[in-house]
Design a protein. Structure first.
Length: 354
């Protein structure tokens, strides 16, 4: 699996900033009555990918599939059960505390909720300046000038630095959050649903801001989003997750025009269109609910909901063997974890845009 992901990334970008290898996270729930066997939530299971410098990789999937957990593991905000993360050639999980402190200046995060991510008792100028204070990179006039510069960069008036978060709109707060993430000149930023709490008009402004900052400073983004429209606009590559596993990885346009995994096809067909009556193909999902991450299905985790599995009269291989990521039609730039990947591609018909 890792080899295939490596080939995919190498074909996309030679300058690799971040590499994730076999990342796994299980949360222990304790034992049931009269049982010695502990129960686990399988949040992330053997996830591998690479991200090139100055590029954007988006993680997509339903709620609870492990997207946010992956980002927390990469930033070492959560301990991993297994796997490794290589950032700028350094193994993140093995770094001692003093080296990790220096590394954190290069890796930042923009949180999903702009309302709860800022301290209501702290002025927004102080909130943006706080990372500089913690890392002892500025004080006095130099500190204020740096914060004012960042406010201008994200489209805010520097005179507003002494105001408090409740005096700003949601879009303005998100801009403040972006300014705080930029203050230490990071190379890598995790954007955890950065536009989901914003109005549609403000959403476009934040997306344009993120793109502009990437062009200016060659920032690398890991974008976590449910909004596939935003993903298509912002991303160079897309990784699709289901029940903690990576089921497809491809360049953005390839994935939207020719999705290979049945789950990816389901996500794309669920995108709203201006005239739903023109959607000539239904989702074709089975009636099964999403399996529990505590008790995962055997074999392919998607098979209980997979229309291809049902159409092929429920082949045993789907129930018994976990599919590995494999190239789609011999193309290493697109990989998918499906036993019948070529048939899945042939089955898909792109929904009309309007």
């Amino acid at each position: 699996m890792i080899d295939i992901a490596d080939k995919h990334a190498a074909s996309v970008a030679d300058d690799i900033l971040l590499e994730v290898r076999g990342l796994t996270k299980r949360f222990e729930l304790g034992r049931e009555w009269f049982s010695r066997t502990p129960r686990y939530i399988h949040a992330v299971d053997d996830v591998s990918f690479r991200v090139g410098r100055g590029r954007t990789l988006s993680l997509v999937g339903e709620s609870g599939c492990g997207k946010t957990t992956v980002s927390r593991l990469i930033l070492r905000l959560l301990p991993a059960t297994a796997g490794e993360v290589i950032f700028e050639g350094k193994p993140v999980f093995e770094l001692p505390r003093h080296e990790l402190r220096a590394l954190r200046q290069r890796m930042q995060i923009v949180f999903q909720d702009p309302y709860s991510s800022l301290n209501p008792r702290m002025t927004v100028g102080a909130a943006v300046a706080e990372p500089l204070v913690v890392h002892r990179q500025g004080r006095g006039r130099k500190l204020r000038e740096r914060v004012a510069q960042l406010f201008e960069l994200v489209g805010l008036d520097p005179d507003a630095m002494n105001r408090y978060p409740h005096e700003f709109s949601g879009g303005q707060r998100q801009r403040i959050g972006i300014a705080r993430a930029l203050v230490l000149n990071p190379a890598f930023i995790v954007c955890d649903e950065p536009t989901s709490a914003l109005d549609v008009s403000v959403r476009a402004q934040v997306i344009n801001l993120l793109q502009d900052l990437q062009r200016r400073q060659k920032i690398t983004y890991l974008m976590i989003s449910h909004d596939l429209g935003t993903v298509r606009h912002l991303s160079h590559d897309v990784a699709v997750m289901y029940l903690g596993r990576l089921v497809e990885l491809a360049p953005t346009e390839t994935l939207f025009k020719r999705p290979a995994h049945p789950y990816t096809q389901m996500l794309l067909k669920a995108i709203p269109v201006p005239n739903p009556a023109r959607r000539h193909e239904s989702l074709n999902l089975t009636e099964d609910e999403i399996p529990s991450p505590i008790q995962l299905p055997t074999g392919c985790p998607f098979h209980p909901r997979c229309p291809l599995y049902a159409q092929k009269d429920k082949p045993a291989v789907c129930r018994e063997q976990m599919p590995a990521l494999q190239p789609v039609s011999g193309n290493a730039a697109q990989v998918a974890a499906c036993h019948f990947v070529d048939e899945s591609v042939a089955h898909f018909t792109e929904p009309p845009a309007s």
